[in-house]
Design a protein around this ligand. Sequence first.
Ligand code: HEM
Length: 166
Amino acid sequence: MTTDTEQQPPALHESLASIAFLLGTWRGEGRGEYPTIEPFSYGEELRVGHSGRPFLTYRQRTWALGSGTPLHVEVGYVRPAGADRAELVVAQPSGVVEIDEGTVEGMRLTVTSTLVGVTSTAKPVARVTRTFTRHGRQLEYTLDMAAMGSASARHLHATLELELEG
Ligand code: HEM
């Protein structure tokens, strides 16, 4: 007898075809910088999954290389918006939430914030642009932001390896 807890893994929702290249557990290293801070390196795990519904789940955690001290984490969803557009909603414990929208070209997603929300005590972030590009079993991403009163500048660049198919 099957119960609700014994269901087969769900089939990928048909609307996710163009962003399915993001699926998987990805692990690797990145470099951070910004005009107002010292450059730094970090380790990262990014899990992109699905539940059969028309969105991808997005869960990221990072740590300092060497010490393993936890750094930034964020969770969110990637939503397809037609065949060649997608939306990212993401929440960060630093008091920042982003709504990003943009384009899917082959295995590259480029999104820019249409809204950044910050809590009263969060650092000021005005605008974010993120790219995610898959090269075979690698996922490369960049994040540029306008924050701390500065014009848009690179904050993050990482290359992650596919550890587990999604
Ligand atoms: C891989 C993810 C990330 C890592 C490892 C990371 C790491 C860091 C580190 C180490 C600093 C400097 C120390 C500090 O202020 O805590 C920093 C500063 C900052 N980060 Fe990130 N960050 C990440 C993602 C983000 C994202 C997604 C945003 C915004 C959308 C963001 C916005 C900022 C801001 C506004 C600062 C402050 C700069 C300053 O104080 O002048 N970070 N980040």
